[in-house]
Design a protein around this ligand. Structure first.
Ligand code: HEM
Length: 170
């Protein structure tokens, strides 16, 4: 890296990443939609259902990140939706839970944020990225495959060119 990266907290200060973690894609990058499980410690009621102690509940963060009750134009990549908003990924804002919440929340969320930002910064700094000549951005296949985590159904094809001198890649 030719310059030092500062790692601000996410949310208002890092709206692009917050948006990526909300919806799981970054304008065509591989999607990642971590589910969150919660172990129920006592009998409780969730939306009218009695849940027994010891039940594992899957929290559908994929749906929460696309719920129009909480997100305006949820399918759009709009980093500016976080401008001036006091919203973070530390588990207090239940509409944005990429790292979970509470006692089993991801203990490495800071490392996760640093890894995403430094990896992305290195890829953008080191390479020019494009699509094959015959593919327009709107034609990129964004179909998803469901499972414990949701990922792309088909791999994305990108055309990559080095931006720097060859000796910087060894
Ligand atoms: C962007 C990257 C990451 C995301 C989105 C992520 C997301 C999550 C989520 C959603 C959970 C479940 C939280 C819950 O149940 O409430 C979790 C748990 C966990 N994560 Fe991460 N994580 C990331 C990176 C990492 C890294 C880099 C490490 C380790 C170096 C890590 C270690 C763990 C561990 C050990 C748990 C289990 C915590 C427990 O059950 O008490 N995660 N993560």
């Amino acid at each position: 890296m030719s310059q030092q990266l500062s790692m601000p907290s996410i949310g208002a200060e890092n709206p692009s990443l917050a948006n990526t973690l909300r919806k799981g894609d970054y304008e065509g990058s591989p999607g990642c939609y971590p589910p969150r499980t919660a172990l129920i410690h006592r009998i409780c009621k969730i939306v009218g259902y009695n849940i027994l102690k010891g039940t594992t509940v899957f929290v559908n963060t994929w749906s929460i990140g696309r719920d129009p009750r909480y997100w305006e134009e949820p399918e759009k990549f709009l980093p500016e939706r976080f401008f001036g908003k006091d919203i973070d990924v530390k588990g207090h804002n239940f509409e944005l839970l990429p790292f979970g919440s509470g006692r089993r929340m991801c203990p490495a969320y800071r490392l996760g944020l640093i890894l995403i930002q430094s990896t992305l910064a290195n890829l953008v700094h080191g390479f020019k990225w494009g699509l094959p000549d015959n593919v327009k951005p709107e034609d990129v296949d964004m179909e998803e495959e469901y499972g414990l985590t949701t990922h792309r159904k088909n791999p994305i094809v990108a055309v990559v060119e080095p931006r720097l001198s060859a000796h910087l890649y060894v």
